[in-house]
Ligand binder design. Structure first.
Ligand SMILES: Nc1ncnc2c1ncn2[C@@H]1O[C@H](COP(=O)(O)OP(=O)(O)OP(=O)(O)O)[C@@H](O)[C@H]1O
Length: 291
């Protein structure tokens, strides 16, 4: 028996138009005679619970929102230990994940991709039970990103991060941490540590050569003279050629703080768990519709 399709949308994502988009998507699907329903949620916690209980009753989920919205969906699937194919309708501010997979922002074109039905398996990460669909970051830069408000993002888009990153250069505070797994252990002073599931950030390719795993790039401090060096390599997609950076790929790692100070992570643009964290690479765990 054909199961129903579920539309999951986040009323807070992007410019707050997700409910309108959900109605449009629902009527497009109904016109084709496809069984569909909308999942109404107002908070992240409510969404996590409702998705986990509905995921067994549906055969695919259309997700309307940005990276934070997709993260909630995939985290709920991890908790329910059940994954179903995901169709993306980008309606967030940055939409890093959708950009990486070349999903158009235009609703009709994004729906065509879903209805064509071509699926692709995609690697993600997991941090203390939460999904990482694009990135995890911690350190001084993450602290300031945690200060970027949804209203600032709605007004200035990705530029809100650039502005806040520049403000953070003055606050040159590095954290003493230790990274370890079964085969390796490393102490590191971290100004910022970025882990990504792909070689893209903000829709731009920032790494050329990578191995299987999550891609880690780390800076132990930030001086104004490093910015040009880093910007050049990041913009040409060769960040790992920068001499100021520590970079490696990992499949599983624990990161602990050494000092008393609590260090918050930031996952897919939202505040995540505080250190210590256990991070894992989950290859080809989810399936999304692609062009
Ligand atoms: N169902 C929900 N109801 C309310 N808030 C949600 C729900 N799902 C996710 N959120 C939260 O809403 C916030 C914004 O969502 P999202 O990140 O998707 O949009 P955005 O910030 O505009 O886009 P982007 O992350 O692409 O810049 C996030 O903090 C996310 O955790």
């Amino acid at each position: 028996m054909q199961k129903s399709m579920m539309i999951y949308f986040n009323p807070n994502s992007g410019k707050g138009e997700s409910q309108k988009i959900a109605n449009e998507v629902e009527s497009m699907l109904r016109k084709r005679g496809l069984p569909v329903f909308q999942l109404k949620t107002n908070t992240k916690d409510e969404a996590l619970k409702k998705i986990a209980s509905e995921v067994n009753n549906v055969d695919r989920i259309i997700c309307i929102g940005g990276d934070g919205t997709i993260n909630v969906l995939v985290t709920a699937m991890l908790r329910a230990r059940k994954v179903v194919p995901i169709g993306l309708i980008p309606s967030g501010t940055v939409n890093n994940f959708a950009q990486k997979w070349k999903i158009p922002a235009d609703i009709k074109s994004a729906m065509e991709i879903i209805l064509r039905g071509k699926l692709r398996s995609v690697d993600i990460g997991e941090c203390n039970g939460q999904a990482i669909i694009s990135s995890l970051v911690f350190g001084s830069l993450a602290n300031i990103s945690n200060e970027v408000r949804q209203t600032e993002k709605q007004k200035y888009g990705f530029a809100a991060y650039g502005y806040n990153a520049i403000k953070q250069i003055g606050r040159n505070h590095s954290y003493q941490t230790v990274f370890f797994n079964k085969t390796f252990s490393m102490s590191a002073k971290v100004w910022v540590c970025l882990m990504t599931t792909s070689n893209y950030v903000g829709g731009r390719k920032y790494l050329e050569q990578t191995e299987d795993g999550l891609h880690v790039s780390m800076l132990n401090n930030m001086k104004i003279n490093k910015i040009l060096n880093l910007s050049y390599f990041a913009l040409t997609g060769n960040l790992r050629k920068s001499t100021t950076l520590t970079a490696f790929d990992i499949k599983e790692i624990v990161v602990r703080n050494i000092d008393e100070e609590r260090i918050a992570t930031r996952i897919d643009g939202d505040e995540g768990p505080k250190l210590p964290v256990k991070i894992k690479w989950l290859p080809k765990l989810i399936q999304i519709y692609v062009a």
